[in-house]
Design a protein around this ligand. Structure first.
Ligand code: ATP
Ligand code: MG
Length: 390
């Protein structure tokens, strides 16, 4: 019997009657995300999902890392199964945790017994194994209150398991349980974080990116695809819809007053995201907007941009400070890519004095001179789809 991975369910267990569909979804997400590390048998028992190698040569460490990034899993541990006798359990504990024991200053043994037919009580087994471990590692003190190392024993129907303390994992809800939404992804720091935050709440993402060649470069596009790729260990594979935005921006520049460029441009982004959402059966839009961060993110400006869609616009960063957003970007692994110095379509044709308190009626009026439907239709027709995976 070889090493396995235990995934502890988070909030999933609170979902009452939905629990079954949550678990099923979570197991299929775990199956897909561990597939590149070998074939694993995945099953659930008592708020734990077991990930067990089903062939030789599985990369258990790789799969363990992948499981830590699956939303819906709150903690993970590696464990070694063995025969359900106290001798086999002790022998496994000595071999499997020998190195950890040798380095620890203190330890305790904790037993959970699901199989009540096991001839010793949990306390008896903990004491017996603890006593023998102490004989084998006499320099390691027994400390039942604040041990440096806890040796966990679990007696289940099919086997006994020895494992160390669990490490924290992604938390949240399984991707797919929260519906599907279109996420607006720029090359900045914010939108990868807003995408990640909604994925953490179980939302499956369709990514949309607006590119304005030749004002924005191929390198800028590659950077956005790289950001999407960096999200995939958390979200699973993603599709990025790249929408050509040059004609729209040039038309705005030609026909609209400079102080409203950004506002009108953002309305086009929302319109195109809305059209894509309807086509892909998505139920919401996600942006990385944050109140007051830039001129186009005042309350009035947000009102103007969401005027063109009737879908909910989810803005998980709305009340966060830049510092908090940066901390999250570092944690999820997108920060270093985000700060690469490539241009975004938002940074071409930026007004010198953007309007910060626009009125919706006024902006609608200014757009009258544009062929809004035609521009949107041509932009969508020119899109490029790129699929990215971990
Ligand atoms: P970010 O760091 O995410 O780029 P930002 O602070 O630079 O955000 P803006 O440039 O005003 O803010 O963009 C606000 C939001 O609009 C972004 O978070 C993103 O959701 C969306 N957005 C901006 N530019 C693009 C783009 N080129 N393609 C897709 N979405 C975009
Ligand atoms: Mg930006």
């Amino acid at each position: 019997m070889g090493e396995i991975i235990l995934c502890k369910l988070g909030e999933v267990v609170l979902k009452g009657l939905n629990r079954h569909s949550f678990e099923t979804r979570l197991m299929s997400n775990i199956r897909r995300r561990t597939a590149r590390f070998g074939r694993f048998r995945i099953y659930s028992r008592q708020s734990t999902i077991y990930v067990e190698p089903a062939e030789d040569g599985c990369d258990v460490s790789g799969a363990y890392g992948a499981c830590r990034q699956v939303f819906g899993v709150i903690a993970v541990a590696r464990a070694m199964p063995c025969e359900k006798t106290k001798e086999a359990i002790l022998e496994t504990a000595c071999a499997y945790l020998g190195e950890a024991m040798a380095q620890a200053k203190s330890f305790k043994v904790e037993t959970r017994r699901a199989d009540k037919s096991f001839p010793m009580s949990s306390i008896q087994l903990s004491q017996w194994v603890g006593g023998h471990l102490h004989d084998a590692f006499p320099h390691v003190a027994v400390d039942v209150h604040h041990p440096e190392l806890t040796v966990h024993l679990e007696i289940r129907e099919d086997a006994a398991y020895v494992h160390t303390s669990a490490e924290s994992a992604a938390g949240g809800l399984p991707v797919g349980m929260g519906g599907v939404a279109v996420s607006l992804l720029s090359g900045g720091i914010d939108s990868p974080v807003s995408s990640w935050m909604m994925a953490k709440r179980g939302v499956q993402l369709e990514m949309i990116h607006f590119a304005s060649p030749p004002y924005t470069s191929q390198a800028a596009k590659e950077k956005v695809l790289q950001l999407a790729r960096e999200l995939t260990p958390w979200t699973g594979r993603l599709t990025v819809h790249i929408i050509p935005f040059t004609e729209i921006q040039e038309e705005i520049r030609r026909h609209c007053p400079e102080d409203c460029f950004t506002l009108i441009m953002r309305r086009f982004m929302m319109r195109l995201a809305d059209l894509l959402a309807r086509e892909m059966h998505c139920r919401a839009l996600i942006t990385g907007e944050c109140l007051g961060q830039v001129a186009s993110q005042t309350m009035d400006a947000l009102h103007v941009s969401e005027d063109v869609t009737s879908l909910p616009v989810l803005r998980p960063l709305i009340g966060m400070d830049k510092e908090e957003i940066v901390r999250l970007a570092r944690k999820i692994g997108t920060f270093d890519t985000s700060i690469l110095p490539y241009e975004d379509c938002c940074t071409v044709f930026t007004p010198r004095h953007p309007k910060t308190h626009p009125r919706v009626e006024e902006i609608r009026e200014l757009e009258q001179v544009l062929d809004v439907d035609g521009l949107c239709a041509r932009a969508l027709a020119g899109r490029e789809l790129v699929k990215v995976r971990p």
